[in-house]
Design a binder for this molecule. Structure first.
Ligand code: FMN
Length: 319
């Protein structure tokens, strides 16, 4: 399935692993790339040394292309972090929060593609004006920090706004090949998938997180500022529920993030061995797609079946 996305990323399948902080570590990233998709490390939960080690670990597991997503780099240390990403051999840098104006030239001079996450049309036009090479149109259905516009209207509006020069990648609620087919039909060049890849053996997660995803239905997520101070879609918990009911005013990001850490409700970046995790309180970002996920599936199988299903859906759409 060749699209503008497979061409620019130099991969076989138009399926990208979302750079999920706490979840998209080297094992998952390499598994997606090795299957012909595009793996992306979620480095927002990693210290600098850990990020460099994780990049090296991806390189040791696959020689296929991969990227790195940074959510919270402070503008002053952004160029150094991005240089570490480039030196490690990543071919793509993804900016999760805000247009990364200060590093676009640095990336381009070293043949690295710049991607920006966008929840509104004007985010996408600003990203393109700043020189970004790809934009991800992320609808409110998505897990993690999210906006208010749904994927179905957002994707074609961003496609129309940025024109044909910059490929658009659809995100938010994509869990199988039918959504990949839909995304292509809306004018996107591929998909950026988060939640579906949490339910894989390769994903990093604290204990109870994957079980909550497998047990969830489509109503199990909520958008709350309880964990980070920004609107974030998570598995609903007693902690999020009592925060919302209390009418408490969240601290701004990242102070509220630190508050949830202090409350013992946030161990994102930990794994099954992390102590003190209570799934009734824990920060477990996840999207509405949870309702459709009922088994842990190897990441490579997800990539391959998504493409096969999309081909079938496109062929079958007109009967
Ligand atoms: C656990 C989790 C962590 C996330 N962390 C980040 C992040 O650090 N940077 C970022 O750009 N997006 C992050 N996101 C959003 C994803 O990149 C992606 O847009 C979203 O998962 C897509 O929607 P879906 O979950 O319905 O597939 C995160 C999402 C989840 C579920």
């Amino acid at each position: 399935m060749q699209t503008a996305l497979t061409e620019i990323l130099r991969v076989e399948h138009p399926v990208m692993l979302a750079g999920m902080g706490g979840v998209s570590y080297s094992r998952l990233c390499a598994a997606v790339s090795e299957a012909g998709g595009f793996g992306c490390l979620g480095a927002s939960t990693m210290g600098d040394e850990e990020m460099v080690a994780e990049i090296a670990a991806v390189r040791s597991l696959t020689d296929k292309p991969f990227g790195v997503d940074l959510l919270t780099a402070a503008p002053q240390d952004m160029p150094a972090k991005v240089q570490a990403i480039i030196d490690g051999g990543a071919s793509v840098f993804v900016a999760g929060l805000g247009v990364p104006r200060e590093v676009v030239d640095q990336c381009h001079e070293q043949n690295v593609i710049v991607v920006n996450m966008c929840g509104k049309v004007h985010h996408a036009t600003a990203a393109v004006e700043a020189g970004c090479d790809l934009v991800v149109a992320q609808g409110t259905e998505a897990g993690g920090h999210t906006g208010r516009i749904a994927t179905l209207p957002l994707v074609p509006m961003i496609v129309d706004a940025v024109g044909s020069e910059v490929p658009v990648v659809a995100a938010g609620g994509v869990f199988d090949g039918r959504a990949l087919a839909a995304a292509l039909t809306l004018g996107a060049a591929g998909v950026w998938v988060g939640t579906r890849f949490i339910a894989t053996p390769e994903a990093r997660a604290v204990s109870g997180y994957k079980d909550r995803i497998l047990g969830a239905d489509e109503t199990s997520t909520v958008v709350t500022r309880a964990y980070t101070g920004k609107t974030c879609r998570v598995i609903n918990t007693d902690y999020a529920d009592s925060f919302e009911r209390s009418g408490a005013k969240p601290e701004p990001f990242p102070a509220q993030f630190l508050k949830s850490l202090g409350d013992g409700a946030n161990h994102l970046g930990g794994d099954e061995t992390t102590a003190g995790v209570d799934p009734d309180k824990e920060f477990m970002p996840a999207g509405q797609a949870v309702g459709a996920i009922s088994s842990l599936t190897p990441a490579g199988d997800i990539v391959r079946s998504m493409v096969a299903e999309a081909e079938q859906a496109l062929a079958g759409a007109l009967g």
